[in-house]
Design a protein around this ligand. Structure first.
Ligand code: NBY
Length: 800
C-alpha cells in the first residue's frame, strides 16, 4: 500500500477549525461560549481528523475483501475519548499551542467530557483497550455493543455507605458518534415456532429495531481507525395511534416502552445477574443485531454463499454474555438461508470463539430452559439440537452437556460452539483446563489456548502519565509508544543516579497533583513523600479489600503502641464500586469509610497513616490514581482473579506490587523479577486445600495476634457501631471463604517489608525502573497479536 502522507494540521489550522465548529456546529460566538461549547468544537475538530483515515480504511477493507475481526461485548468501558484521540493522532503539541492561541485551559476542557462508562470493570475495559490496539495494528475490525443510555451507576457515600445514582452521560450531545439510520435491524422475541413445508419459521411475539451508532476508534499515529458500532433500541411502531386516539395513552405507548428499556441501562453486576429476563433480551438484542450486520456485509462483499464465512469473518465472544450467537447464527443459516443443520453448525463453529473471564461458579451464566423457551423459543430448540449432536458425536450420551437440571449452561454452549476458547492469563488458562472445562477439555484437547491480557500503552502511559512519558521520550526515544518492548532500553538506566532522580521527580509530580486535586477535594492533607498505597477495582470479597483494611487497623494499633517508632508514612487509597445488591461488599465499603474517619482524625498517628476513599472510581479516576501510586495492591485469593489488568497498568507506571500468585500477577512477577515484587500468601493449590479444612478461619484467627486485634477493635465499636459490620465479622470468623484470615500474617509481614524497602529511596526507585522496563509484555498490542495468530488467523491490512 502506498505510504500515508497525511499532513498534520498546524496549531493555527486547529484553532481556525475549532472556531469554525464553535460558530457553525455549536452555533455560539467565542464571547458567549461555555466550556462545554469549546469542548464540543474541539471534539468535532479532532473527529474531522479521524474521519479521513477511517473512511480510507473502510474502503481498503471492503475493496480488498479483507478478513475482519468482530468483537462482541456487552461492555465497552471507554472512559473519555478526546485526550486519547489527540494523543493517537500525534496532535498533542499542536493542540496545546492551539489552546494557547484561544486562551483555553486544556485540563478543564478534557475534564468536561463525561466518561463513557458502558462497562463494569476489567472485562469492559479490556474490550476498550482491544479496540484501540486493533486499530493501532491496522486490523480490520468492528466492536459491537449496546449504546446504554445510562452507564455504570454513580457512587457517593452517605454516612460512609454507598448510595447509587443513575449515570446520565447522554443527557448532552455525544460528539463522537454517527447515527446510521440506514443500518437498522428488526430483533424479535417470544412468540411461537411453526414448521411449514419442512422449513421452520419463528413468529416473534414482539420486536424492536436495533439502530447503529458508530464511533470511530483511532489507533496510534492515526494510521488506522476501526468502528465501534453500538446498538440503540427503537420501537418498531412508534405507538398505537388507534389506541392513543381512543384515550388509552399508557397502552398505546407499550411498544415504545419495551424498546426504550432494552438499551436503557447497563447491568451493574460484575459477576453475574440472577437470570433477569431483560438481561437475556439485551444479550440477544446485541448478538442478533451484530450477526445480521455481519452477514449483510459478508454477502455484500462476497455473495450469497455463506460456506466461506469463516475465511472472512472471525467473531470473538467476550465472555458468555453474547453466547446466544451460536444458536442465532445457526438459526440464520438454517431458517433464513436454507442450510441444513450439520452445515450450519460447521460454519458457525469455524467462525465463533469464546473468551472466558471467570472461574467463580456463581459468575457462570445459566438460564432456565423455561425462560429461554419463552423469550427465544427457536433458540431453545437449536440448543437442544447442538447438545444432542455433541453427545452423539463425542459418544458421551450421559456426559457433559449444555442442558442440565432444566438450565442452559452458557459456558458449555459457548465452548461447544467455539473454534477456540481462551483464558486471560497463564494461570487462569491452566485452571480453565483443569476445573470449569475439565471434561470438555478432555474431549477437545486443542481448543483451549491462553491469551494473557494487556492494556493500551497510549492511554495508560503516554496520555495518563505525561511526566513519565516525557522522561521516557528523552531517555529511550518515542518508539516505545507503539512498541512497548522498547521499555527494555531503560534497564541500563536503573543504576544511573541522574535518571533515578528524574524518575523520582516524575512520580512525585503525579503525587503532588493528586494531593492538590482529588485528595484535597476530600479534605485530606496528603504528604507527597508518604508511600501511596493504592487498591482500586470493583469491590468483591475475592479481591479482599477486607484484608487490606484489617491490616490497616492492625498497623494503626501498632503505631499507637509505639508512637515514637520509626514508621514509614503511608497513604492508603481505596477506590471501587459494589454491585447494588451485594450486601457484604457494601458493608466492607462502610467499614473502610468508618475506619478512615477515625484514623484520619487521630493526631497520634496522623504523621504515619492516612486513608482516602474517593467515591465514584471510574476510568478517569484510574488515570489519575495509577500514575501517582508507589504500591499496587493485587491481593486476591489465589485462583480467583482470572487475570487483572489494573495490575499491569500500575507496573508500567512504576509502582511496585504487593500481591498473591494469582492471575497475571504470576507473569508480572516472573518478568519484573521476584526480587522486585512483594509476594505473599497461599498458592491457588494451597488455598483450595486450606478452604477444605473445617474451621480454617477460626484456627487462623487464633494464631494471628494482629488479626485478632483488628477484629477486636471493630467489635468494640472503635470505628462505628459494631452491628454495622456484623455480617462481615460473622463471615470472617465462621466461614471466610476467601481466606482473609489464613493469609493475614503473611500479608502483614510483607507490608512491613514494603515499609523498609520504601525508606531506601534509591533502591525503591531502582526497582521501579526495572518494573517499568520489563512491563512491555503487558501491552494489549502483544495480546492482540496473540489472538491474531492463534485464534483469528487475520493479518493487518497490507502496508500496516
Ligand atoms: O475480566 C474480569 C476479571 O475479573 C479480571 O480478572 C480480568 O482481568 C478481566 C479481563 O479479562 N471480569 C470482569 O470484569 N467481569 C465483569 O465485569 C462481568 C460483568 C458482567 C457480568 C459478568 C462479569 N454479568 O454476568 O453480567
Amino acid at each position: 500500500m502506498r505510504p500515508i502522507v497525511t499532513q498534520l494540521p498546524s496549531a493555527q489550522d486547529l484553532s481556525d477549525q475549532i472556531l469554525h465548529h464553535l460558530t457553525h456546529t455549536q452555533g455560539r460566538g467565542p464571547e458567549f461560549a461555555t466550556i462545554f461549547d469549546w469542548r464540543l468544537a474541539i471534539s468535532y475538530t479532532i473527529r474531522d481528523q479521524i474521519v479521513t483515515p477511517w473512511m480510507r480504511n473502510h474502503r481498503t477493507s471492503r475493496n480488498q475483501g479483507l478478513k475482519r475481526v468482530y468483537y462482541l461485548s456487552m461492555e465497552f468501558l471507554i472512559g473519555r475519548i478526546l485526550g486519547d484521540a489527540i494523543i493517537n493522532l500525534g496532535l498533542d503539541q499542536q493542540m496545546d499551542a492551539a489552546l494557547d492561541i484561544l486562551d483555553l485551559d486544556k485540563q478543564a476542557i478534557l475534564g468536561d467530557e463525561p466518561d463513557a462508562a458502558l462497562g463494569n470493570g476489567g472485562l469492559g475495559r479490556l474490550a476498550a483497550c482491544f479496540m484501540e490496539s486493533l486499530s493501532t495494528l491496522g486490523v480490520p475490525a468492528y466492536g459491537y455493543g449496546i449504546r446504554y443510555e445510562h452507564g455504570l451507576f454513580r457512587q457517593r457515600f452517605e454516612g460512609g455507605q454507598q448510595v447509587e445514582a443513575p449515570e446520565d452521560w447522554l443527557n448532552q450531545p455525544h460528539p463522537w458518534e454517527f447515527v446510521r439510520v440506514d443500518y437498522s435491524y428488526e430483533i424479535g422475541f417470544k412468540g411461537h415456532v411453526e414448521t411449514v413445508d419442512g422449513r421452520t419459521v419463528w413468529h416473534p411475539g414482539e420486536s424492536v429495531i436495533a439502530r447503529a451508532y458508530d464511533t470511530p476508534v483511532v489507533g496510534w499515529k492515526g494510521r488506522w481507525a476501526n468502528t465501534l458500532r453500538l446498538w440503540g433500541a427503537q420501537p418498531t411502531n412508534l405507538f398505537d395511534l388507534h389506541r392513543f386516539n381512543s384515550g388509552d395513552h399508557a397502552e398505546a405507548a407499550k411498544p415504545e416502552a419495551l424498546a426504550r428499556t432494552l438499551s436503557r441501562v447497563l447491568y451493574p453486576d460484575d459477576t453475574t445477574d440472577s437470570g433477569k429476563e431483560l438481561r437475556l433480551k439485551q444479550e440477544y438484542f446485541l448478538t442478533a443485531a451484530a450477526l445480521q450486520d455481519i452477514l449483510r456485509r459478508y454477502m455484500d462483499e462476497h455473495g450469497d454463499d455463506l460456506t466461506g464465512l469463516p475465511d472472512k469473518v472471525a467473531i470473538q465472544l467476550n465472555d458468555t454474555h453474547p453466547a446466544i450467537a451460536g444458536p442465532e447464527l445457526i438459526r440464520l443459516l438454517m431458517d433464513e438461508h436454507g442450510y441444513g443443520f450439520p452445515e450450519a453448525l460447521q460454519i458457525a463453529r469455524a467462525t465463533l470463539n469464546y473468551t472466558n473471564h471467570t472461574l467463580l461458579p456463581e459468575a457462570l451464566e445459566r438460564w432456565s430452559t423455561w425462560l429461554m423457551g419463552r423469550v427465544l423459543p427457536r433458540h431453545l430448540q437449536i440448543i437442544e439440537m447442538i447438545d444432542a449432536e455433541h453427545r452423539t458425536s463425542t459418544r458421551r450420551p450421559g456426559h457433559v452437556g449444555i442442558l442440565k437440571d432444566d438450565q442452559v449452561l452458557m459456558g458449555e454452549l459457548a465452548f461447544i460452539m467455539a473454534n477456540k476458547v481462551n483464558g486471560v492469563s497463564a494461570l487462569h488458562t491452566d485452571l480453565v483446563r483443569s476445573t470449569v472445562f475439565y471434561d470438555l477439555n478432555k474431549l477437545h484437547g486443542e481448543k483451549i489456548v491462553n491469551e494473557t491480557n494487556g492494556v493500551a500503552p497510549r492511554r495508560w502511559l503516554r496520555m495518563s502519565n505525561p511526566p513519565l512519558a516525557k522522561l521516557l521520550d528523552a531517555t529511550i526515544g518515542t518508539e516505545w509508544t507503539g512498541d512497548l518492548d522498547q521499555l527494555r532500553l531503560l534497564e541500563p538506566h536503573a543504576t544511573d543516579p541522574a535518571f533515578l532522580d528524574a524518575l523520582h521527580a516524575a512520580k512525585r509530580q503525579n503525587k503532588v497533583a493528586l494531593s492538590q486535586g482529588l485528595l484535597a477535594d476530600l479534605g485530606l492533607k496528603a504528604d507527597p513523600d508518604a508511600l501511596f498505597d493504592v487498591q482500586v477495582k470493583r469491590m468483591h470479597e475475592y479481591k479482599r479489600q477486607l484484608l487490606n483494611i484489617l491490616e490497616t487497623i492492625a498497623l494503626w494499633h501498632r503505631i499507637h503502641e509505639s508512637p515514637n517508632g520509626d514508621w514509614t508514612p503511608r497513604l492508603k487509597i481505596f477506590g471501587g464500586k459494589a454491585a447494588p445488591g451485594y450486601w457484604l461488599a457494601k458493608s466492607v465499603i462502610h467499614l473502610i469509610n468508618d475506619v478512615a474517619a477515625t484514623i484520619n482524625k487521630d493526631p497520634v498517628t496522623a504523621k504515619y497513616l492516612q486513608i482516602a476513599y474517593p467515591p465514584n472510581y471510574n476510568v478517569s479516576m484510574a488515570e489519575k490514581l495509577i500514575p501517582a501510586a508507589d504500591l499496587s495492591e493485587q491481593i486476591s485469593t489465589a485462583g480467583k482473579e482470572a487475570s487483572g489488568t489494573g495490575n499491569m497498568k500500575f507496573t508500567m507506571n512504576g509502582a511496585l506490587t504487593i500481591g498473591t500468585l494469582d492471575g497475571a500477577n504470576v507473569e508480572i512477577r516472573e518478568l519484573v523479577g521476584p526480587e522486585n515484587f512483594f509476594l505473599f500468601g497461599l498458592t491457588a493449590e494451597e488455598a483450595a486445600a486450606e478452604k477444605a479444612k473445617p474451621g480454617h478461619a477460626r484456627a487462623a484467627i487464633e494464631k494471628s495476634e494482629n488479626m485478632k486485634i483488628a477484629l477486636q477493635l471493630i467489635a468494640e465499636g472503635r470505628f462505628g457501631r459494631a452491628e454495622s459490620y456484623f455480617s462481615v465479622l460473622d463471615r470472617t470468623w465462621n466461614d471466610d471463604p476467601f481466606l482473609v484470615a489464613s493469609d493475614f500474617d503473611a500479608y502483614f509481614d510483607s507490608q512491613r517489608q514494603v515499609d523498609a524497602a520504601y525508606r531506601d529511596t534509591r533502591d525503591w526507585d531502582r526497582m521501579a525502573v526495572l518494573n517499568i522496563a520489563r512491563s512491555g509484555y503487558f501491552s494489549s498490542d502483544r495480546t492482540i497479536r496473540g489472538y491474531m495468530a492463534d485464534i483469528w488467523h487475520v493479518e493487518p491490512a497490507p502496508g500496516l
